[in-house]
Design a protein around this ligand. Sequence first.
Ligand SMILES: [Ca+2]
Ligand SMILES: [Ca+2]
Length: 230
Amino acid sequence: MNHTGIIRTATITGIAAALSLAAIAPALAHPLSNPLAAAPASDPVTTVADLDGDGEIETVTAQLTSATDQVISATVNGAFTSIHLPADGSVPLEAPRVTDLNGDGRAELIVTQSVGANTTFFTALHFDGRNLSQVVDNDSKPLSVAEGGGVAAHLGYQCTPLNGGGRTFETVAAEADDVSAAQLTYSGTRTVYTLRDGALTTQDTQTITNRPVTDPILGTDAATCAQTGS
Ligand SMILES: [Ca+2]
Ligand SMILES: [Ca+2]
């Protein structure tokens, strides 16, 4: 179990490293352009979310401050809050996705951190009543969740309603057992979390073994995490 987990983690890290190289390539293709100088001039992008769950929507703004940094900001009940996060200045900045990962009526924001050819990496923000801060995982580290993976991997997240209210937040990280197979199957892990006060707690870790992508255990419909009414 642990042995398998280490292999999976190492391979996903390998994907991330490969993506980083891919991100550098476009910059090298245009030696006269300076992404560090150009990035701050890009326009901010906005979305709306009910961060404090009072039924009034707030405007959430994301702005690149350099090729590798963005600032996410909002004003809630007249109080301004902002937080800096890594960004991928090689692609147009996307507004955060407005989600409610625990179904408590207060929005969490899924923020793009890096973009590769097939895989996008995100982190999440929550509003603690005063400030925006990063959602942390079971190890108190900022959440990192991937989406995509192309043919070689199946990566994503989903939310599932709980009986009696609320939602679980689930991440899927699986790899193709054989990319040349006529019918692709994937193996990996589906992790089921609950979120409270900005911290995720692992409720269940499901092992995925040789499953076709149509299997519900591989289900990753990000839209299921949307904040209702926003
Ligand atoms: Ca509000
Ligand atoms: Ca929430």
